[in-house]
Design a protein around this ligand. Structure first.
Ligand SMILES: *Cc1c(COP(=O)(O)O)cnc(C)c1O
Length: 354
């Protein structure tokens, strides 16, 4: 499929202070768009000026939430080239999400090419500051003007780009996490493994209550017994117990993070024992009491590695590694960000140059 390009006539000024970019506030000059109509398939791929879209008030996505999304980044390396990190994995996962939400499949290779083309056009928007990057948000939603429940016949696929600042401004500050005991995020047979808006909508209440108690994020337990650990708001979770790296296995209610998968591969390449298995919050608390809970960290595209300093489960507050980043977390952070920003050789073949 050809990608039509319509250049903006009103380019915006680029942010001057890249350290103040924050996350998700600023958008570039262009976006990718493509339509799906039943009987015709995906068509009319185009890169057009970034701007508002018009939607029927009856658009199905607004009523029943048929939407999926992805998140990845473009990084500027020291020699000025721009690269993506495992974009094929994002579009593969997008098709898994699409299948679950009865959204038509996309051509993964074409979408990697479309993403490269959009980033190429917007390459001057990729930040230069150490640790800053261009966040890429592909998403698909149902547009049929119909207030009835069924899979839609019409969809819009957009990719928008947002320059974002360094996640950590003052070193890798450990986060405070609260184990959620009242609400659940995902259940057996549900949509936990899909990257869909619905999973976030239902997580807001728990997040809000955690904030009231001065905790930054929620650690979700399984939706049936609330015993097994699943993941954090928008990150997968890892524990280092007695030298072994453990992360919950992908049972269907956990989002299969690409950073998670990469962290496991890095551990294995360094000869560190890394296991995917079910793990209860009780086991973590017991390991803590026995002095064997060495490190806890989250993984996700935004932060890459986010050390956990405090973990609160009911009345029990666990302080991990003296509220400092541990050696395995640091090694993973250095290796993965090193590859992403082209500071160390990518022996895994994960990066894709624009
Ligand atoms: C996107 C996401 C993650 C992290 O996935 P990455 O591919 O590593 O960015 C983890 N949990 C949830 C719920 C997510 O939506």
């Amino acid at each position: 499929m050809e990608i039509r390009f319509e250049q903006t006539k009103t380019p915006k000024a680029k942010p001057t202070d890249e350290t103040k970019l924050g996350f998700g506030h600023i958008f570039t000059d262009h976006m990718f768009a493509m339509n799906y109509d039943a009987g015709q398939g995906w068509h009319d791929a185009r890169i057009i000026p970034y701007g508002e879209i018009s939607l029927s008030p009856a658009a199905m996505c607004l009523h029943y939430g048929q939407e999926i999304f992805e998140g990845l980044k473009a990084y500027r390396t020291a020699d000025g080239t721009v690269q993506l990190f495992r974009p094929d994995e994002n579009y593969k996962r997008m098709n898994t999400s699409a299948e679950r939400m009865v959204i038509p499949q996309i051509d993964e290779e074409f979408m990697v090419e479309a993403t490269k083309k959009l980033v190429e056009i917007e390459k001057d928007w990729v930040p230069h500051t150490d640790g800053a990057s261009l966040y890429i948000r592909p998403f698909i939603f149902a547009t049929d003007p119909f207030v009835g429940v069924k899979p839609a016949d019409h969809y819009l696929f957009l990719i928008i780009l947002s320059p974002s600042g360094p996640y950590y401004s003052t070193g890798l500050d450990p986060v405070k996490i609260y184990v959620e005991q009242k609400y659940v995020r995902a259940v057996r047979g549900g949509t936990g493994f899909a990257k869909t808006a619905a999973n976030y909508a239902i997580s807001l209440k728990g997040q809000d209550e955690a904030h009231e108690q001065d905790y930054e994020q929620v650690l979700w337990l399984d939706g049936v017994e609330q015993k097994y650990i699943e993941e954090v708001g928008s990150m997968n979770i890892f524990f280092v117990i007695d030298g072994e790296v453990i992360t919950p296995e992908l049972t269907g209610s956990v989002l299969p993070g690409i950073t998670r998968k990469s962290a496991l591969e890095v551990c294995k390449s360094k000869g560190i024992k890394a296991t995917e298995r079910r793990i209860t919050i009780q086991e973590v608390a017991d390991a803590y009491d026995a002095g064997k809970l060495d490190e806890v960290f989250g993984t996700g595209t935004a932060a890459v590695i986010s050390p956990v300093g405090h973990l609160k489960w009911g009345d029990k507050v666990m302080t991990i590694n003296d509220n400092k980043i541990g050696p395995i977390s640091q090694m993973l952070y250095d290796t993965m960000t090193g590859i992403q920003w082209g500071k160390i050789e990518d022996t895994f073949g994960w990066t894709v140059k624009i």
